[in-house]
Design a protein around this ligand. Sequence first.
Ligand code: GLP
Length: 240
Amino acid sequence: MAEVVIVRDAAAGGALVADEIVRLVRADPEVVLGLATGSTPLPVYEALRPRLAGVDVSRVRGFALDEYVGLDPSHPESYRSVIAREVVEPLGLDPARIRVPDGTLAGIEHAGEDYEAAIRDSGGVALQILGIGTDGHIGFNEPGSSFASLTRVKTLTEQTREDNARFFDSIDDVPRHCITQGLGTILRAHHLVLLAFGEGKAEAVAGAVEGPLTASLPGSAIQLHPHATVIVDEAAASRL
Ligand code: GLP
């Protein structure tokens, strides 16, 4: 059963996670962090900035959860660009130590295997930040994803494309495929920290925390993890 922490707002949730990440970096300067995109983790990265001032982050390593397939890596909404803009640059991390799955068509054939090998060789993710989609996806593991799945290419659901259309000029510009760490990959991280804020996430949070273990709600996989923390505001906790 995941531990649920109800916080006042997203900023308070971000601060809580940032404190834990700083503790990990101080304990191990080569710590491996599991990074996430989407709007939900932004308060974590914002809270980290002042907290990491003066801390040696030059050897911190990181793996992003997912990437769009077929979007040029230089596109501002590719997750490679987002991770660079929101995490690597503001926090002064070494870009060579932060990986994002390769969603380019040239690299896609081996991208899943390569990513799994890189995570394994790193010794594993110490803390994995997670958001959750309104359809219950974590990473880009859409409903129907196997709990044992590894990094692979998936098709995005229409709901996810609609949810993410706000980042693009029109829904037609939202990619149809992605490459994502699998639920099995995510479950190997030592500590999972899932954040969710706002009423729109209440149903997905309830399913993930208290619903049946089901591939229909991929976030329910966190119930299989011995150390999962769910950080929510009152609105996101309202169906628990
Ligand atoms: C995106 C990402 C997920 C993220 C989710 C929620 O599609 N691939 O990793 O958790 O959707 O996004 P947001 O935090 O913006 O609500």
